[in-house]
Design a protein around this ligand. Structure first.
Ligand code: BGC
Length: 764
């Protein structure tokens, strides 16, 4: 009886909320249609055009100066060309007031001086905090967030990012990156949530909900999110940014599609297209990907924006269009809604011509404009296009800083700790050296204050580099500093060696110069020779050496790993990264991060953790391809954990059954700690070669010394299936293995009429 009452209440509230939403979208639809009916072709095409702030600005006097808007250019773009969207900054980051001024001036023209008063939608990259805002809260980059294995950090950091971005008057964030990083050479590796599809999917969904809010109601501090870069961008064959990928459909669906599908299901409002080509087809020209897959199959109803200059590049770079005008036709017919042109207005001119000439129908234009107007309504721009002054006080709150520090602390991944060298005593004397020791950019990485993140003069004066953070804890006298080397050149290695002789421990801050996209392309994963030389020289002193790694991607350290007593992966940990490193080195935080990628041992052996059986062959009893420096999911702690009682509630299941798995984890050491529990599934035999194992669930728990917790997971058909030979998901019958920690257990999926591939093929 009680059950029935609850059911009725649920059903009723379901109806009520459905009604309200139906009403809201009905109103929106009416408003959109009303507006669309009033628009000229030119006004519609203008809505599909996005330009960068630089083309609307006065020439800058010097590099560091803030640009100012040039009224003539602004009016020409917004009034004569009806431009509907603007993006970016011009090689500088702004203070909040400057942001608010710029957005207000733009919206004044858009809403008061254009015929229909349609507000501009401004878009920005705020990929680890609103990093084009001078005093924003900057978080660890996504790769570090993934290393926390805690979606709470991803959601919280994105929520704060949304608020600080919106406080500037910007309602649209080109984030999250949902590319699955299968190749560590790729220069955008650090922007991803790592190499595993499931991890990226879970983190990407959390980021989307953080940015856009959980509910469908418009809240003040949210932004529209962008799932990027649809699709297959992270898998260039050579590892070099924006170069060709060769991805068969089954592989695309198995490894690269799930994060996009999950964020579309979570209501993501916009999608950005992959700049590169797959199988010889630039994605911006692919009707089958941008319309067939994205719209018809995944049901995406939001706005598709191109990446930077990518329509023109169909002609200039990819050469699938003989002219720029043909490039516009191809991209629009493939399915894009907004072209990030971003410097010229030729997209506008050509598209108007193409419609006038009957090459593209006005109905096709209407489809895109409807979506764009809906986005503007959804983001509340028709009600108030201006920055909301009340949000300003939410920027750079102490609680936001705390969240950034907490994420950085939980990201720190201890990779080696011989004879428990760490944690170090706070009375120890230290030599700190290396390119990451006394500078902020290697902690923040690319996309910090400028695109490449290397302009240190823009960095906040009140955050600490590693040297400052270490001296703040230990005092100046205990921490000696010698630069030793820059990123790639020797400065004075012998001075560092001399200083090492008088200290207890040497800490080397290995660092990679911040870089993004094409400027981040490297020829090899090897660590620059100068940094190797510095570490080798210090190791020859006989003093214990601790490596702290601040890296855009895993750089090969095989030669220096052996004689380093401790190694801490710090990733790009953001504005409180130095504090987080110091907290772990000196024991105030027990490290609990785990690698979200495979750390390779050799530049030429870049296998992922979910490799195939044929990569495991043994020649002369020695060879296995997966022989990384450290495997995916790896990370040490100052305490120890014991896994026990791995239990499955069934030994056999039909595909539609739910499998319940539980495991008990005990803190067997003497310190409290956090442990991320990773559940892997191996499909033992399948008609498409199965991966040796695949991550299917994870969770993070805290345990006091001696404490035990039992964790439960549910696995369903979707978690056990793979993309079959017909490019559709299937769960075939047969044996499976579950692995949690070092524990293993098996179960069998029973055959049904639908799921027996070989049975059907062989007529069985
Ligand atoms: C990048 C995108 C970014 C866009 C706008 C492009 O070069 O690939 O990720 O959102 O620029 O800044």
């Amino acid at each position: 009886m009680v059950y029935n009452v609850r059911l009725i209440v649920l059903v009723l509230t379901g109806f009520l909320s459905l009604d309200v939403h139906a009403q809201i979208s009905f109103d929106f639809n009416n408003q959109v249609e009303d507006l669309l009916n009033k628009m000229t072709l030119e006004e519609k095409v203008g809505q599909m055009t996005q330009i960068t702030l630089e083309v609307l600005s006065k020439t800058k006097e010097d590099k560091g100066s803030l640009h100012t808007l040039e009224e003539v250019k602004l009016k020409q773009a917004l009034i004569d060309y009806h431009v509907g969207s603007i993006l970016n900054v011009w090689d500088a980051s702004f203070h909040l007031e400057h942001w608010q001024r710029v957005i207000t001036d733009i919206q004044d023209v858009a809403t008061k001086e254009t015929r229909l008063g349609i507000p501009i939608i401004y878009g920005i990259d705020a990929v680890h905090g609103h990093h084009y805002l001078r005093n924003a809260t900057i978080f660890p980059h996504n790769l570090a967030l993934a290393a926390t294995w805690d979606i709470k950090h991803v959601k919280t950091s994105n929520k704060i990012t949304a608020l600080e971005t919106r406080a500037s008057g910007v309602p649209w964030n080109f984030s999250p990156v949902l590319d699955v990083a299968r190749n560590p050479l790729w220069s955008r590796f650090f922007e991803t949530f790592g190499e595993d599809t499931y991890l990226v999917t879970e983190m990407g969904r959390a980021a989307t909900l953080g940015l856009q809010g959980d509910s469908t109601d418009l809240q003040p501090g949210i932004v529209a999110a962008t799932a990027k870069h649809f699709i297959g961008y992270s898998a260039p064959l050579t590892g070099k940014d924006r170069t060709p990928a060769w991805i068969p459909e089954g592989v695309l669906r198995e490894y690269f599609l799930p994060p996009f599908k999950a964020t579309i299901d979570a209501g993501i409002k916009t999608i950005m297209v992959n700049s590169a080509e797959i199988n010889g087809v630039p994605v911006h020209s692919s009707h089958s990907l941008l319309t067939g897959l994205l719209r018809d199959e995944l049901g995406f109803k939001g706005v598709v924006v191109t990446d930077w200059e990518d329509v023109i590049k169909l002609h200039k770079v990819h050469r699938v269009a003989a002219t720029e005008k043909e490039a516009v036709k191809i991209a629009v017919l493939a399915g894009i809604d907004i072209s990030m042109t971003p410097f010229t207005l030729t997209f506008y001119d050509y598209l108007v011509e193409l419609v006038r000439e009957g090459e593209i129908s006005e109905d096709r234009i209407d489809e895109s404009v409807r979506r764009i107007l809906k986005l503007k309504f959804d983001m509340g721009l028709f009600d108030n296009p201006y920055p909301n002054p009340e949000l300003a006080e939410g920027v750079a709150q102490a609680s936001s800083h705390k969240a950034s520090l907490a994420a950085a602390q939980d990201a720190m991944t201890l990779l080696k700790n011989d004879q428990d060298l760490l944690p170090l005593s706070k009375q120890a004397s230290i030599l700190l050296t290396g390119p990451g020791a006394a500078s902020l950019p290697p902690l923040y990485g690319g996309w910090s204050y400028t695109w490449q993140g290397v302009e240190e003069s823009f960095y906040p004066k009140n955050t600490h580099n590693l040297l400052q953070a270490m001296r703040a804890l230990l005092g100046k006298n205990l921490v000696k500093y010698e630069p030793g080397v820059s990123y790639s050149e020797s400065i004075d290695i012998s001075a560092a060696v001399a200083a090492a002789k008088n200290v207890d421990v040497v800490v080397v801050a290995i660092a990679e110069k911040p870089a993004v996209e094409q400027p981040g392309i490297i020829e090899s994963l090897d660590l620059p020779e100068a940094q190797l030389q510095l570490v080798k020289a210090l190791q020859s002193t006989g003093k214990p050496v601790v490596l702290v790694l601040m890296e855009n991607r895993p750089r090969i350290i095989r030669e220096i790993e052996k004689n380093s007593q401790a190694i801490l992966m710090a990733y790009l940990p953001g504005m409180f990264g130095a504090e987080a490193i110091v907290d772990v080195l000196f024991g105030d935080v027990n490290p609990n991060g785990k690698l979200p990628f495979t750390y390779p041992r050799y530049s030429g052996s870049l296998e992922n953790y979910d490799y195939k059986g044929s990569e495991q062959q043994t020649f002369a009893d020695t060879w296995t391809a997966y022989n990384p420096q450290w495997p995916f999911g790896y990370g040490l702690s100052y305490t120890t954990y014991k896994y026990s009682h791995l239990k499955l509630d069934k030994a056999e299941m039909y595909p539609d059954d739910v499998l319940n798995v539980s495991v008990t984890v005990t803190n067997t050491g003497e310190r409290a700690g956090k442990e991320s529990i990773q559940l892997y599934v191996s499909d033992l035999f399948a008609s498409v070669t199965p991966a040796v194992k695949k991550l299917r669930r994870f969770t993070k728990i805290s345990l006091e010394p001696g404490e035990s917790k039992t964790v439960e997971f549910e696995l369903r058909k979707e978690d056990l299936s793979f993309i079959g030979r017909n490019n559709k998901p299937v769960l075939e019958p047969g044996g499976f293995e579950i692995k949690v920690g070092k524990l293993k257990s098996g179960f069998v999926v029973k055959a049904t009429e639908e799921n027996s591939f070989w049975g059907k093929l062989l007529g069985g």
